[in-house]
Design a protein around this ligand. Structure first.
Ligand code: AR6
Length: 178
C-alpha cells in the first residue's frame, strides 16, 4: 500500500527491516544497552556486523522514548536509528513513549538530511505492545509529522507478517479518511 501525502510517500509493506536497500536509514527496535537481541535488533545487528554493536556502546544506555543514530556498516543503508520502545504495561505512559520514538527518529533523519526512513512496528514484539494499538500510534505520529518534513520524502513501515501488514493497512485507511 502506498499513499502520497504532502509530497511524502508513505508505504506499508511486508518484509525484513534488515533488507531495505533503497532506504537511507532503517530504525532498530533496540534494547536499552543497544546490543544485539532478538527480533528486529537481532536482524539488524546480524546484517550490519559486529562494528555496529561496538559503535553503539558509548551511546548506551538509552531510555524508553529515546533515539540515537549511527552508521549502518554492512547494512545496505547509510544509517541506523536506534529507538527504545516502551515495554507494554511497564514503561509509562506507554503511548507517549511510543510517540516519542517515532517523532525522535523522524527528527534525527530530517536533521541528518536523509531522504527516506524505514520503520518496524516498534514495541509490538518482545515488548508486548498490542499490534493494532502500536500501529495506530505509529501511523498517527507519522501523519502528524509529515507536514513539517523538508528532507524526508519516503517513509516505509516494514511489517513482519501478512496479518500485521493488513492491520496497518486498515488503520491507515481509516486515519486518512477521518
Ligand atoms: N523485520 C521487520 N519486522 C520484524 C523483524 C524483521 N526482521 N523481526 C521482528 N519483526 P521486536 P520490540 C517485528 O521484538 O517489541 C529485542 O530482542 C515483530 O514481529 O523486534 O520493540 C531487543 O533486543 C514485531 O511486530 O521489538 C529488545 O530487547 C516488531 O518487529 C526487544 O526485542 C517488533 O518486535 C525490543 O522489543
Amino acid at each position: 500500500m502506498q499513499k502520497r501525502i504532502d509530497c511524502v510517500d508513505l508505504q506499508l509493506i511486508q518484509g525484513d527491516i534488515a533488507n531495505q536497500e533503497d532506504m537511507s536509514c532503517v530504525v532498530n527496535a533496540a534494547n536499552a544497552q543497544l546490543l544485539p537481541g532478538g527480533g528486529v535488533a537481532g536482524a539488524i545487528h546480524r546484517a550490519a556486523g559486529p562494528e555496529l554493536a561496538r559503535t553503539c556502546q558509548p551511546l548506551a544506555p538509552i531510555k524508553p522514548g529515546e533515539a540515537v543514530i549511527t552508521e549502518a556498516f554492512n547494512l545496505p543503508n547509510d544509517h541506523v536509528i536506534h529507538c527504545l520502545g516502551p515495554v507494554y504495561g511497564v514503561d509509562k505512559p506507554e503511548e507517549e513513549l511510543l510517540i516519542s520514538c517515532y517523532k525522535k527518529a523522524i527528527e534525527l533523519a530530517e536533521k541528518q538530511g536523509l531522504e527516506s526512513i524505514a520503520f518496524p512496528a516498534i514495541s509490538t514484539g518482545a515488548f508486548g505492545y498490542p499490534l493494532a494499538e502500536g500501529a495506530e500510534v505509529a501511523l498517527r505520529t507519522v501523519l502528524d509529522k509529515i507536514p513539517d518534513l523538508k528532507n524526508v520524502q519516503k517513509i516505509r513501515f516494514v511489517l513482519f507478517s501478512e496479518r500485521d501488514l493488513k492491520i496497518f493497512q486498515e488503520i491507515l485507511s481509516r486515519l486518512i479518511n477521518e
